[in-house]
Design a protein around this ligand. Structure first.
Ligand SMILES: [Zn+2]
Length: 162
Protein backbone atom coordinates (compact mmCIF):
# COMPACT_ATOMS: atom_id res chain seq x y z
CA UNK A 1 0.00 0.00 0.00
CA UNK A 2 1.18 3.50 -0.76
CA UNK A 3 2.38 5.45 2.28
CA UNK A 4 1.26 9.08 2.10
CA UNK A 5 4.01 11.63 2.88
CA UNK A 6 1.78 14.70 2.84
CA UNK A 7 -1.90 15.59 3.07
CA UNK A 8 -4.14 13.55 0.77
CA UNK A 9 -5.39 15.78 -2.02
CA UNK A 10 -7.37 15.54 -5.24
CA UNK A 11 -5.55 13.03 -7.47
CA UNK A 12 -3.66 14.44 -10.43
CA UNK A 13 -2.21 12.38 -13.25
CA UNK A 14 1.37 12.65 -14.45
CA UNK A 15 0.04 14.40 -17.58
CA UNK A 16 -1.95 16.95 -15.59
CA UNK A 17 1.02 17.81 -13.37
CA UNK A 18 3.34 18.02 -16.38
CA UNK A 19 1.01 20.51 -18.06
CA UNK A 20 0.96 22.82 -15.02
CA UNK A 21 4.75 22.55 -14.62
CA UNK A 22 5.42 23.41 -18.26
CA UNK A 23 3.06 26.38 -17.90
CA UNK A 24 5.03 27.43 -14.82
CA UNK A 25 8.19 27.49 -16.93
CA UNK A 26 6.42 29.98 -19.20
CA UNK A 27 5.21 32.03 -16.23
CA UNK A 28 8.79 32.19 -14.97
CA UNK A 29 9.91 33.13 -18.50
CA UNK A 30 11.97 29.96 -18.84
CA UNK A 31 10.07 29.31 -22.03
CA UNK A 32 12.58 30.18 -24.71
CA UNK A 33 13.58 26.82 -26.21
CA UNK A 34 17.26 27.78 -26.28
CA UNK A 35 17.52 29.35 -22.87
CA UNK A 36 17.37 26.27 -20.63
CA UNK A 37 21.08 25.62 -20.50
CA UNK A 38 21.95 29.23 -20.97
CA UNK A 39 23.82 30.44 -17.92
CA UNK A 40 22.27 33.86 -18.44
CA UNK A 41 18.89 32.60 -17.26
CA UNK A 42 18.13 35.07 -14.49
CA UNK A 43 16.56 32.91 -11.84
CA UNK A 44 16.49 35.76 -9.33
CA UNK A 45 14.44 38.06 -11.55
CA UNK A 46 12.22 35.13 -12.53
CA UNK A 47 11.40 34.57 -8.85
CA UNK A 48 10.76 38.30 -8.39
CA UNK A 49 8.28 38.03 -11.26
CA UNK A 50 6.16 35.66 -9.18
CA UNK A 51 4.79 38.72 -7.40
CA UNK A 52 2.84 39.45 -10.60
CA UNK A 53 0.92 36.26 -9.81
CA UNK A 54 0.36 37.34 -6.21
CA UNK A 55 2.92 34.78 -5.03
CA UNK A 56 5.26 36.04 -2.32
CA UNK A 57 8.67 34.48 -1.76
CA UNK A 58 9.84 35.10 1.78
CA UNK A 59 13.51 34.20 2.38
CA UNK A 60 14.12 33.72 6.10
CA UNK A 61 17.38 34.23 7.94
CA UNK A 62 19.14 30.85 8.25
CA UNK A 63 19.49 31.00 12.05
CA UNK A 64 15.87 31.96 12.48
CA UNK A 65 14.86 29.09 10.17
CA UNK A 66 16.88 26.68 12.27
CA UNK A 67 15.23 27.93 15.48
CA UNK A 68 11.78 27.22 14.01
CA UNK A 69 12.41 23.99 12.11
CA UNK A 70 15.69 22.47 13.39
CA UNK A 71 16.40 22.32 9.65
CA UNK A 72 14.12 19.31 9.33
CA UNK A 73 12.61 21.00 6.31
CA UNK A 74 14.08 23.33 3.71
CA UNK A 75 10.94 25.02 2.51
CA UNK A 76 7.38 25.69 3.49
CA UNK A 77 4.40 27.11 1.71
CA UNK A 78 1.09 28.58 2.71
CA UNK A 79 -1.33 28.04 -0.17
CA UNK A 80 -4.06 30.19 1.44
CA UNK A 81 -1.77 33.23 1.35
CA UNK A 82 0.22 32.20 -1.74
CA UNK A 83 3.37 32.46 0.33
CA UNK A 84 6.63 30.50 0.03
CA UNK A 85 8.91 30.55 3.08
CA UNK A 86 12.44 29.37 2.41
CA UNK A 87 15.74 29.60 4.31
CA UNK A 88 17.89 32.32 2.81
CA UNK A 89 20.75 29.96 1.88
CA UNK A 90 18.39 27.72 -0.14
CA UNK A 91 16.87 30.75 -1.85
CA UNK A 92 20.36 32.00 -2.79
CA UNK A 93 21.20 28.56 -4.21
CA UNK A 94 18.06 28.78 -6.34
CA UNK A 95 18.95 32.30 -7.52
CA UNK A 96 22.40 31.02 -8.53
CA UNK A 97 20.70 28.28 -10.55
CA UNK A 98 21.89 25.39 -8.37
CA UNK A 99 19.80 22.28 -8.75
CA UNK A 100 19.04 21.66 -5.07
CA UNK A 101 17.82 25.20 -4.41
CA UNK A 102 15.73 25.17 -7.57
CA UNK A 103 14.25 21.81 -6.59
CA UNK A 104 13.09 23.21 -3.24
CA UNK A 105 11.66 26.38 -4.86
CA UNK A 106 9.86 24.41 -7.58
CA UNK A 107 8.51 21.88 -5.06
CA UNK A 108 6.95 24.70 -3.00
CA UNK A 109 5.71 26.40 -6.15
CA UNK A 110 4.15 23.07 -7.11
CA UNK A 111 2.11 23.04 -3.90
CA UNK A 112 0.76 26.49 -4.78
CA UNK A 113 0.12 25.98 -8.48
CA UNK A 114 -1.38 22.51 -8.01
CA UNK A 115 -3.72 24.19 -5.50
CA UNK A 116 -3.06 21.80 -2.67
CA UNK A 117 -5.75 21.81 -0.08
CA UNK A 118 -6.13 18.87 2.25
CA UNK A 119 -9.35 17.05 1.54
CA UNK A 120 -11.39 15.46 4.23
CA UNK A 121 -10.94 11.97 3.00
CA UNK A 122 -12.43 9.48 5.38
CA UNK A 123 -12.13 6.91 2.70
CA UNK A 124 -11.98 3.15 2.93
CA UNK A 125 -10.01 3.20 -0.31
CA UNK A 126 -6.25 3.19 0.32
CA UNK A 127 -4.45 6.27 -0.98
CA UNK A 128 -2.44 6.27 -4.18
CA UNK A 129 0.72 8.24 -4.97
CA UNK A 130 -1.33 10.50 -7.28
CA UNK A 131 -3.28 11.74 -4.22
CA UNK A 132 -0.17 12.55 -2.19
CA UNK A 133 0.53 16.31 -2.14
CA UNK A 134 4.23 15.57 -1.55
CA UNK A 135 4.46 13.18 -4.49
CA UNK A 136 2.68 15.71 -6.71
CA UNK A 137 4.99 18.58 -5.66
CA UNK A 138 8.10 16.41 -6.18
CA UNK A 139 6.90 15.33 -9.60
CA UNK A 140 6.12 18.96 -10.49
CA UNK A 141 9.66 20.07 -9.47
CA UNK A 142 11.10 17.18 -11.45
CA UNK A 143 9.32 18.22 -14.65
CA UNK A 144 10.49 21.83 -14.26
CA UNK A 145 14.10 20.80 -13.60
CA UNK A 146 14.14 18.52 -16.65
CA UNK A 147 12.67 21.29 -18.80
CA UNK A 148 15.52 23.53 -17.61
CA UNK A 149 18.11 20.95 -18.60
CA UNK A 150 18.84 19.40 -15.21
CA UNK A 151 18.88 15.66 -14.61
CA UNK A 152 17.05 14.91 -11.36
CA UNK A 153 16.67 11.33 -10.21
CA UNK A 154 13.09 11.50 -8.97
CA UNK A 155 11.49 9.53 -11.78
CA UNK A 156 13.29 6.26 -11.12
CA UNK A 157 12.15 6.46 -7.51
CA UNK A 158 8.66 7.69 -8.23
CA UNK A 159 7.58 4.90 -10.48
CA UNK A 160 8.52 2.11 -8.10
CA UNK A 161 5.21 2.37 -6.24
CA UNK A 162 2.60 -0.36 -5.87
ZN1 LIG B 1 6.07 19.61 0.20
Amino acid sequence: MYQLRGPRVRPLTVDEITKVAINACHILKFSSPHSYRNKKVRYDSAFEGLSEYAITVNPIDDDEWFDHTYDLTEGHCDPENRLINIPNRIFLQACRGEQHGLMVMFHELGHLLLQHKPLLHFSAVPPRAEEDSEWQADFFADVMLRKLGFDPEFCQLAFNFD
